[in-house]
Ligand binder design. Structure first.
Ligand code: HEM
Length: 129
């Protein structure tokens, strides 16, 4: 497997880990679980997300800053803002749940943009470009 493909697969694995970790933490934030304050739970998502972006930037170096990459970066900023609302900032469990759902929908948009190579994400008519 080429270096590019290895980094791409690492990037995809990290993306899935990021989502699973987010869903777990959002669940704990909604239920008010103390597990959320554990050092591992606080640090691991930052490590995963930093590696995810680092791998993404490595891939961009080869394929160039295409429109779907710009869409992913904007989506990523939105995902982080909505995720922070869901886990830290929203005051009630109900509001946290709403932000968590919006964050997961944003993540689904980013996945679609990545797989379809289009800012139209899952709504793009063609698979890849
Ligand atoms: C939550 C954030 C992200 C998710 C869920 C995500 C997901 C994915 C997935 C699933 C693929 C594989 C697509 C395929 O070929 O089937 C991919 C590829 C890629 N991603 Fe990401 N990504 C994220 C963030 C980023 C960021 C921040 C960048 C740029 C800085 C980036 C740049 C790329 C590039 C350049 C490819 C390679 C496209 C190709 O070779 O076909 N990604 N991403």
């Amino acid at each position: 497997m080429s270096g590019y493909m290895m980094v791409k697969h690492s990037h995809m694995t990290l993306a899935v880990l990021s989502l699973l970790f987010f869903i777990l933490r959002a669940g704990w934030a909604i239920s008010g679980s103390g597990l959320l304050t554990r050092p591992f739970v606080r640090i691991a998502p930052h490590v995963i997300d930093t590696l995810l972006v680092a791998c993404g930037l490595y891939l961009v170096f080869f394929i160039g800053m295409q429109p779907f990459v710009v869409a992913k970066l904007i989506g990523l900023v939105l995902y982080i803002v909505l995720g922070t609302m869901a886990i830290k900032r929203a005051p009630t469990a109900r509001q946290r749940a709403v932000y968590a759902v919006l964050a997961v929908l944003t993540f689904a948009y980013i996945m679609g943009a990545a797989i379809r190579h289009s800012p139209w994400s899952w709504f793009s008519a063609t698979l890849g470009t």
